[in-house]
Design a binder for this molecule. Structure first.
Ligand code: HEC
Length: 105
């Protein structure tokens, strides 16, 4: 009985924590974020190769004046790195998304 209640309140706490975290993370992205999620979900497998190629192109256009070839990092690190590099290269959200996809293949 007591244990059950503890578990239940624990679960509630976890759920609230996740919601708060998701809210905070979403807020970070700014207003331009909205376009990505819907189209990302709709992206079919056959489009993935196109996106990878597009990402590679954008890497060469925007990043290769300072970088010769992409370094591979775990996706979570890469997301942070590319966000920093986005400032250096002054690219759009769309560029960043494609470059990130290319670099986390
Ligand atoms: C103006 C030059 C410049 C541009 C443009 C630039 N970077 Fe960087 N990048 C750097 C420098 C300098 C570092 C070294 C780390 C630091 O000082 O922050 C770095 C570090 C990195 C790293 C991690 C460390 C390493 O050596 O690999 C990655 C990955 C990266 N950049 C990717 C990109 C991507 C992707 C783009 C294009 C969106 C880009 N960079 C555009 C200058 C640049």
């Amino acid at each position: 009985m007591t244990a059950q209640r503890w578990i239940r309140s624990g679960m509630l706490g976890l759920a609230v924590g996740i919601l708060l975290f998701a809210g905070a993370a979403g807020g970070n992205e700014g207003s331009k974020r909205s376009t990505g999620t819907a189209s990302q979900a709709a992206t079919k497998q056959q489009d993935e190769e196109t996106e990878r190629v597009e990402g590679e192109k954008r890497f060469h256009t925007n990043c290769s004046r300072c970088h010769q070839y992409p370094h591979k990092f775990p996706p979570r690190m890469m997301a942070t790195i590319v966000r920093h590099m986005r400032v250096r290269a002054t690219i759009t959200d769309e560029d960043m998304r494609l470059v990130l996809r290319y670099m986390t293949q």
